[in-house]
Ligand binder design. Structure first.
Ligand SMILES: [Zn+2]
Length: 686
């Protein structure tokens, strides 16, 4: 077993010095000031039975006191941090939008984009003029044959309108020294296939409201369509949905890797004029194209000639409106909110303009400029160093646990350890900032800005296709309260946004930092070994490194998690999808287990303390239970169960802990209790 190095950092010594004062049940005000930050004891509901519902025990009072605000569909720890960060971002945006800056500079781009969003009066006055100028709608309107449809696709796709199918350029999953074009199913206005076919009352209602929404948007733009015309648009989406893979089927990355040459595309899907399409979008390097769902393109190939061209024209018009409706007049924007936020997510009122602007920027290619501004004012190098150390210790614990696994052969273990040792890490913000040279953004035309952003990003990717892989690139901006694992570069990434209280704080006692930031680190590391991540090797390529026997063992173990989560009923008749959430559930269980053992190791040679009646182990689990607290609208919860790869917060806590003997021991949870799976059901994977 590898030797584990334990940190003896200033923080622990400092806290060690003042813990004696904490044992008092009612600390004096002076003593309270010196208390290291710990759990939020005031959020707990100690009347709840922790052995039946630990989540309620950790958070009951907070849950009661924090109903979802009207402008949100969910309120969680993530929102608390995000709201705090947004207030700061707003000031930064006010600065850059008021100060004149050099044309083409990051500041000018960010400031003018913000101004163009905020000037809702001008946007309203302009009406459909920006849409007319973009010619997106006009092209969709004026087609009279199949070639016309292909021309429109070639015009829409680089401009952010994902009509019929998706095209994008990313790292080649089986040869990660290069980029490659991908073709993928797409073209829907509802979140995924299930929305078109589920037979429950709510789903039927959503489909009716979606058609009404289409009709309303056309009407608000003085383009009234008949009910029959709306039905024809909807029928195309329904067909595309029928050919599509379900969201859980689409998690299978091996099944999505189907390399084609242009000749093969032409042979198998001849009704799509591929040469014309690739010419239109400007694709020159096309020796290999990955088709993610060949059966989708085979069915599409037939559908293209079965339906009248007028139907395709109507559909393509709708795709433009659907993509850009929130950028048009105030009335259309409200209609967009009404369907996508009120109906789908139970949100009562729109967020304020400035907040929506930040959401929009954060999801756009220029999010990194905002993130750069953020870390200039709010980032601690000391915090980064401490998190970096935690990643190191947690990785060592993970390595030791792989070595000790009782179900894996030495052969696979050795590969797993090599992979773990090869993880790259990115902390805080990128080493190299993206350049936006050549991007044109003005302060007076929001829709044009959106189209320019799409075009800029599309062309940037086209340029990349001929070059080397950029390993410095980030797929999340630094101010985002989140983290990710990227299997194709075998890297874990933690933006500055998540290295914040209550996820991480150098003033916290270690039980809390390990239970929160530590569990996040463990979670992302475990993604490299979840049901999908485990299919990528140490160098990031999609390739099998498992013996057959070990693969079978792994499948049996993960099946236990699928079965467990399938049984969780989040609302009457609404169950978690164990397959859809499998990767995240594996990562939650592995991540917390590793973080727990890293924390235990860090306590070696130190005196354990009972604080306010809780042992170190108990405080660790309580701190974890608290980080996932959230209140959520029913509509949002149902939408998430159908679309989100993560289980709802309550089950990320209770579902995970019910598999952990470490937890049973910490709180004397006996067999038969709700918070303890029966021995044959327990999943012990990593
Ligand atoms: Zn995850």
């Amino acid at each position: 077993m590898m030797k584990i190095i334990i940190p003896i950092c200033a923080t622990i010594l400092l806290f060690g010095a003042c813990t004696s004062r904490l044992s008092k049940t009612e600390p004096s005000e002076e003593a309270a000031k010196a208390e290291p930050l710990m759990l939020e004891f005031e959020y707990m509901d100690t009347t709840a039975d922790l052995k039946e519902d630990f989540y309620q025990y950790c958070n009951g009072t907070w849950l009661k006191d924090n109903p979802v605000p009207n402008d949100k569909s969910k309120f969680s720890t993530f929102n608390v941090v995000d709201d705090r960060i947004k207030k700061r971002l707003r000031l930064l945006l006010l600065d850059v939008s008021h100060d004149p800056s050099e044309p083409g500079s990051d500041e000018q781009i960010l400031g003018d984009f913000y101004t163009s969003f905020m000037d809702t009066i001008r946007r309203n006055d302009k009406g459909v003029q920006p849409l007319d100028e973009s010619r997106l709608f006009e092209y969709a309107l004026s087609i009279d044959n199949l070639e016309g449809v292909i021309n429109v696709l070639g015009f829409h796709h680089p401009r952010g309108v994902n009509s019929i199918f998706n095209f994008y350029i990313e790292i080649d999953e089986k040869d990660n020294s290069r980029y490659v074009p991908y073709l993928s199913q797409g073209g829907l206005g509802l979140p995924n296939k299930a929305y078109y076919f589920d037979t429950d009352e709510r789903s039927i209602g959503i489909r009716e409201k979606y058609k009404q929404h289409m009709s309303n948007v056309f009407e608000l733009l003085d383009l009234s369509l008949s009910k029959e015309e709306i039905d024809r648009i909807y029928a195309i989406e329904e067909n595309l949905a029928k050919f599509s893979r379900s969201q859980e089927e689409n998690r299978d990355n091996n099944a999505k890797y189907n390399p084609y040459s242009v000749d093969q595309l032409i042979e198998e899907f001849p009704n799509i004029n591929w040469k014309r399409y690739f010419d239109k979008i400007g694709l020159t390097k096309k020796d290999k194209i990955i088709v993610q769902q060949p059966e989708f393109f085979a069915s599409l190939n037939k559908l293209l000639v079965q339906l009248p061209i007028e139907d395709w024209s109507l559909y393509l018009q709708w795709r433009v409106l659907n993509e850009y409706e929130s950028a048009l007049t105030i009335a259309v924007n409200e209609e967009h909110f009404d369907f996508y936020s009120r109906v789908m997510r139970g949100r009562k009122k729109m967020k304020e303009d400035w907040e929506r602007a930040i959401v929009k920027i954060t999801r756009s290619p220029i999010s990194e400029i905002l993130g750069k501004k953020f870390v200039e004012v709010k980032f601690s190098a000391a915090d980064k160093e401490k998190v970096n150390e935690m990643v190191g210790y947690i990785t060592e614990i993970f390595d030791a646990r792989i070595q000790d696994l009782d179900w894996m052969s030495d052969e696979t273990k050795s590969k797993a350890k090599t992979k773990l040792a090869s993880f790259a890490r990115k902390l805080g913000f990128p080493d190299k900032w993206k350049s936006f040279k050549g991007l044109e953004i003005c302060d007076s035309n929001y829709l044009k800005n959106l189209v320019n952003l799409s075009l800029f990003q599309f062309n940037d990717k086209l340029k990349k296709l001929n070059g080397k892989i950029d390993k410095t690139e980030w797929y999340m901006p630094p101010h985002m309260v989140n983290a990710y694992y990227n299997p194709v570069l075998n890297e874990i990434v933690f933006p500055a946004g998540i290295m914040q209280n209550p996820f991480f704080d150098s003033q916290y006692e270690d039980a809390v930092n390990y239970a929160r930031m530590g569990a996040v680190i463990g979670h992302e590391l475990t993604h490299g070994f979840d049901d999908q991540g485990s299919r990528y090797g140490a160098d990031g390529n999609l390739e099998n490194w498992w013996t057959t026997e070990d693969s079978i063992q792994f499948l049996n173990k993960t099946q236990k998690l699928i079965d467990q989560y399938n049984e969780f009923e989040v609302l009457d008749g609404v169950f978690i999808n164990g397959k859809l959430t499998l990767g995240e559930n594996i990562a939650d269980l592995g991540g917390l287990t590793i973080a727990y053992h890293a924390y235990m190791k860090s306590l070696e040679g130190k005196k354990k303390e009972v604080i306010r009646g809780f042992t170190n182990e108990q405080r660790f689990f309580l701190a974890f239970g608290q980080v996932w607290k959230n209140t959520i609208k029913e509509d949002e919860l149902i939408t998430r169960v159908k679309t989100d790869y993560h289980s709802p917060g309550k089950y990320r806590v209770n579902g995970t802990l019910a598999n952990m003997p470490e937890f049973f021991q910490a709180f004397d949870v006996e067999e038969g209790a709700g918070m303890r799976q029966s021995p044959e059901k327990i999943a012990k994977i990593w």
